[in-house]
Design a protein around this ligand. Structure first.
Ligand code: 4AD
Ligand code: MG
Length: 429
């Protein structure tokens, strides 16, 4: 098997073969440079005309962008070369040609790039962003595993509306109405009495008609749920979680964040405690700043950006008005107009990355909320059972993966932080 480019520093002076894709080819009269990428790194192959057989020179100098090739040669340390090493090429083998690669080293429109997403994935910025995503995903599992959370996989085809009736993908399920899951929450809540601390992590679906840079119709969400945790415990967990994810990206994705041009000092200041401001206080302050905002409405992107500009790190906004939030949130006993919940707003205008709440654990109040929202009671039989058989205080939250990675990487549009984005006008590739 071919060597990995990443391992070449240990092989100075040796003859190796590396296989990968040509990122660039530059041909001069007596020397040609073939830049090869194999997923573990990048190396520059140097082909000297007088030092190789004619057919090697001919092949090397006619390689096209994104051809798959194997380069053989000697590893030579060169501090100026990317990766600190060059390959003095002795042999070239064409594994898979590439005629007229659509993505050229020039500006392309974003729709063109999205049409070619299957190829765009190979570009530097895209690889860096998706690498950070993968690291954050792993960090999510590690954080929760280290704290004894049990992963519970929840269904994607469901009969119950998880969040709100307005944004459902509906499908026929052998004559029954089924929906693509907006959340796994109701199911992880059921697993709480089995394992105490649980989470699900998977794709969720919202038929959102919004064409913003923060909305996907399919996105990934991690949803921890904890028995005997109240709303404040819930925010403590979110704070520790987000700090852990950011630290992991800083520690293990240095090179990627550099490629992305991320100002990491902004991430280094993400340490506890995060400021906590109630919805009502936030509305008061917005109005005091002359931004007219009526108590009772949900915060929009503009208000969120203003609120996060007051702080240098993520901020919790807690206890929203009941009518702005989902049916399952627990009434605030100190102000019945509000519910015990929170959003976490990320800095730099990244907006809401987490929504969480303490859950309504009283059977009759929950049933009343289901009626108030006009939800079909029969679909929630089983969910109501949890309040009939050993009901318990519990809280949880959902962290949107793409929004979180969008903030960490500083990319303006979250569609770049998912390998194959699903947007209102896009189902392919
Ligand atoms: O605030 P949301 O709707 O909360 C829930 O779904 C709860 N069931 C979570 C829970 O308590 N277990 O969504 C949670 C997060 C948002 O904060 C946001 O980060 C992300 O999911 N999100 C989206 N991300 C991308 N595109 C969309 N259309 C999103 N909608 C929500
Ligand atoms: Mg929300």
């Amino acid at each position: 098997m071919a060597h990995q480019i990443r391992d070449l520093p240990d092989r100075a002076g040796e003859t190796v073969t590396v296989s990968g894709w040509t990122a660039a080819v530059r041909v001069h009269a007596r020397v040609a440079f073939v830049v090869l990428r194999d997923g573990t790194g990048v190396v520059q192959g140097v082909v000297v005309k007088s030092a190789v057989p004619e057919e090697v020179w001919t092949l090397a100098t006619t390689l096209t962008q994104e051809s798959c090739v194997a380069l053989s040669g000697t590893v030579r340390p060169d501090p100026r070369a990317p990766g600190g090493h060059e390959l003095t090429v002795t042999g070239v083998e064409l594994i898979g040609g590439s005629e007229e690669y659509p993505i050229q080293p020039k500006e392309h429109g974003v729709e063109f790039l999205l049409d070619h997403r299957h190829l765009w994935l190979r570009s530097n910025l895209q690889r860096a962003g998706l690498k950070v995503r993968a690291e954050v995903e792993q960090a999510i599992h590690d954080f929760l595993y280290e704290r004894d959370f049990v992963r519970v996989d929840t269904p994607i085809l469901t009969g119950a509306i998880g969040e709100s009736a307005g944004t459902l993908f509906e499908t026929d399920y052998f004559g029954e109405r089924a929906f693509l899951a907006q959340t796994g929450q109701l199911y992880v809540e059921s697993a709480c009495p089995a394992f105490r601390r649980v989470y699900c992590f998977g794709p969720t679906f919202r038929a959102e008609k919004s064409k913003t840079r923060r909305h996907l119709t399919e996105f990934w969400m991690v949803e921890p749920e904890v028995a005997f945790a109240d709303s404040n415990d819930n925010m403590d967990l979110q704070e520790a979680f987000v700090c852990y994810l950011v630290r992991r990206a800083l520690e293990r994705c240095k090179a990627e964040l550099e490629v992305l041009g991320r100002d990491v000092t902004r991430l280094e200041s993400v340490v506890p405690p995060f400021p906590r401001i109630s919805y009502s206080e936030a509305v008061e302050r917005l109005n005091a700043e002359g931004r007219e905002f009526e108590w009772g409405r949900d915060l929009g992107a503009v208000e969120e950006a203003t609120i996060s500009s007051w702080f240098d790190r993520p901020v919790f906004v807690y206890n929203y008005p009941k009518e702005a939030k989902a049916f399952y949130m627990k009434e605030n006993p100190d102000d019945l107009r509000t519910v015990l919940c929170n959003d976490l707003l990320a800095p730099e205008g990244a907006g809401e990355i987490i929504g969480g709440s303490q859950r309504e654990d009283d059977h009759d109040r929950l049933l009343a909320r289901i009626h108030e929202e006009g939800l079909p009671e029969e679909a929630y039989d089983w969910y109501l059972d949890l309040r009939k058989y050993g009901t318990f205080p519990h809280s949880g939250f959902g962290l949107g993966l793409e929004r979180t990675v969008g903030w960490i990487t500083g990319r303006p549009h979250i569609r770049e932080l998912v390998p194959f984005p699903r947007l209102i006008n896009r189902l392919t590739p």
